[in-house]
Design a protein around this ligand. Structure first.
Ligand SMILES: [Mg+2]
Length: 375
């Protein structure tokens, strides 16, 4: 598919229309984590049109158990954001971001979709893929693939299948019960052998004491890091786990935005950060978090919710652009039944390759969008 390319477009653009769509992506099987279950990715799509003929696109992926956002709340926010951007110059991303005000903190998925569309337009006007525009040079990198929370045997079987398919790094969802979580991780290590990298994610499921005990017992299983062992708001607990755990601790739900990143860095509460577009609320905020992390000496991962390859590609450009991002976890689309995204990053058994077309470099099949609700 040919994506629109610009050459020497004037920087004096105006936003003439904003289309909002429901963007419903059914999952193969329900996705379980310790704090909730998702049976579908009920996302929202934003397309921003300009008087130049160029359009930008972005995706919102609300994940109720993590951010409290739903498709409905995201639509309400998106309608308000549409009123803010209409008639404005889409290249004035900084000013528009300021005018998004508190929507960014309270409805980060909605603002992320708009901000992605603005960056898509910026790249199209510049004639550069976003990661190049941001000064990056890393076009290809590895992602983890996630094994959702199930019984230990089911998880070990699934992990072994992934390894047979060619995946080299596996993320394991835990946090349901410390004793059973140990069985889960041990079972997976036995099933996949010694060469596969393992990382675990407790999604806030343990107390501080449980986390310290179980992570010490997991030491021999050679885990790269553990995401969010304790409650998002419990920075003291997170720090206590970090200080006692032989496995490095990554903040995820504790680290939505740049202000959180500063707080965590100042407290010395974690060893690394998981940055997500749907938490940060904008590509600008993701970049701010990488700058804070770099200054604080904290390596980062860029992760995801259940985005399609469109939202994943937007986040992947940040991985391509920033060397402090050491890991990627951008497999959200792999549990979808359909992939209606045209262009975008490729995902071959965890090996991600960014598109070289200008902007985000992804669009959605118009036949698929024809079946979605226009708002
Ligand atoms: Mg996580």
């Amino acid at each position: 598919m040919e994506l629109p390319v610009s050459a020497g477009t004037s920087a004096d653009l105006r936003i003439t229309a904003v289309e909002l769509y429901t963007f419903d992506l059914p999952l193969r099987t329900p996705f379980h984590i310790s704090i909730g279950t998702m049976s579908a990715a009920d996302n929202v799509l934003v397309r921003i049109h300009t008087d130049s003929g160029l359009a930008g696109i972005g995706e919102a992926c609300p994940f109720p158990a993590i951010s409290g956002e739903t498709q409905e709340s995201t639509i309400v926010a998106a309608r308000a954001l549409r009123e803010i951007v209409l008639g404005r110059n889409p290249l004035e991303i900084e000013a528009l971001g300021s005018d998004f005000g508190d929507w960014i903190r309270k409805n980060p998925s909605a603002t992320a979709a708009f901000d992605t569309a603005l960056h898509d337009l910026l790249g199209k006007v510049a004639g550069l893929p976003l990661y190049r525009l941001l000064g990056g040079d890393r076009r290809a990198f590895l992602s983890a693939i996630t094994v959702g929370l199930e019984g230990a045997e089911v998880m070990a079987t699934r992990a072994a299948e992934f390894v047979r398919e060619g995946y080299r790094r596996i993320k394991i969802k835990v946090g349901e019960n410390a004793e059973r979580d140990l069985e889960r991780v041990r079972g997976i290590r036995m099933a996949v052998g010694e060469d596969v990298e393992l990382q675990i994610d407790a999604n806030q499921g343990w107390t501080t004491e449980e986390a310290i005990t179980v992570l010490r017992r997991m030491q021999e299983l050679r885990i790269l890091f553990v995401e969010q062992p304790v409650k998002a708001s419990d920075i003291h607990g997170l720090k206590a786990v970090k200080e006692a755990s032989p496995i490095p601790v990554m903040a995820d739900e504790s680290a939505f935005n740049p202000e959180d990143a500063i707080r965590l860095a100042q407290a010395g509460a974690c060893d690394s950060l998981n940055i997500k577009l749907m938490k940060a609320g904008s590509i600008g905020n993701m970049l701010r978090m990488t700058h804070i992390a770099k200054a604080a000496g904290l390596p980062c991962m860029v992760g995801c919710m259940l985005e399609s390859r469109l939202g994943l590609t937007a986040a992947a450009h940040v991985v391509g652009a920033r060397s402090i991002v050491r890991w990627a976890d951008l497999d959200g689309h792999s549990s979808h039944i359909l992939d209606p995204v045209l262009g975008g990053m490729t995902f071959d058994r965890g090996r991600i390759r960014l598109p070289e077309s200008p902007g985000i470099g992804a669009d959605v099949d118009p036949r698929f969008l024809g079946e979605m609700r226009l708002l």
